[in-house]
Ligand binder design. Sequence first.
Ligand SMILES: *Cc1c(COP(=O)(O)O)cnc(C)c1O
Length: 338
Amino acid sequence: MSRAELRIKVENLVENVKSLCRFSQKPIIAVVKADAYGVGAMQVCSVLEGLKEVSAFAVACVEEGIELRKAGTKKKILVLGGVLKGEERAFVEYALTPVVSHREHLKVLEGIDIPIQVKYDTGMGRLGFLEELVKDRRVEGVLSHLSSPLDEDHSRLQIERFQRITKHYQNLKYVHMESSAGVIYHIPFTTHIRIGLALYGEKPMQNYPVELKPVLELRAKLLSVKTLPTGFPVSYSKSYITDKPTRVGVVAFGYADGLMKSLSGKANLFYRGKPLRILGNITMDMSMVDLTNTDAKVGDWVEIVGQNQSFTDLAKLAGTIPYELMTNLSSRIRRVVL
Ligand SMILES: *Cc1c(COP(=O)(O)O)cnc(C)c1O
């Protein structure tokens, strides 16, 4: 009944988990922050919950962790964004594992007996301890984050620094650093990989050595199809003027759904494999496309992402990254698990 759908191919999601695990020879911490990159954390976690290859989930903040726990997640939930004053009870109550990256986080957790993981900043310049070594009997794991996986020199430097830190610990259950792109380094001393984007079938780089299956299809229905005469303006600011009689379709998907206005005139949508130019400015809830030479009719689906283009392709056209495009997908798009 929905006008716009994000279809999630569960079989391929599972295949990607297995491929990543096989490639790295390590179990996965599945990163499902920001509603699983817009895919839908409930839908994704209900699938991953049943896989032995997935050891834990990682979210950005305590609220996301609580939501997952309430939805019935039994696996470990790591909260990457640390712990601030007032949040500590929730970590206990919902059995969440804080990633501690600052002295203040440790202070908040004083006297609270839960496992913690410690993040080190080896060259990301974001979260993590620099020189200071955190020795605390609650530490069950340590992690660091690669800032520039495509830069081999910097990554090697980060890996080396992280290795030096890990040598100060014994009996860690979790040592992790590799993200989707980071898996190319096969870091020998880590125990887990920490993967987001690649789970969803989007390659983090060209020539990605792990074979990924497409997981996501995004489509929306045609609300209107009509032929406009030559010289007729289309969309706000008359941003397109027909140069011939044109069959114009109105797709129920606009920038409020996540199709950035900057893609106006740049991206194509697809109808049964045929590319459709976007005519004029993308509007809040609708986009106009050129349906000339198609027999598309009201109610038909138009593909935004799928066999013909990925989020990565669209992101390139928009001058951004698939992460941003995906996390901009509106909650009014129905998530359909296939
Ligand atoms: C988001 C995030 C990841 C996942 O990165 P991908 O490129 O999506 O695999 C891993 N680690 C940290 C700290 C993150 O913030």
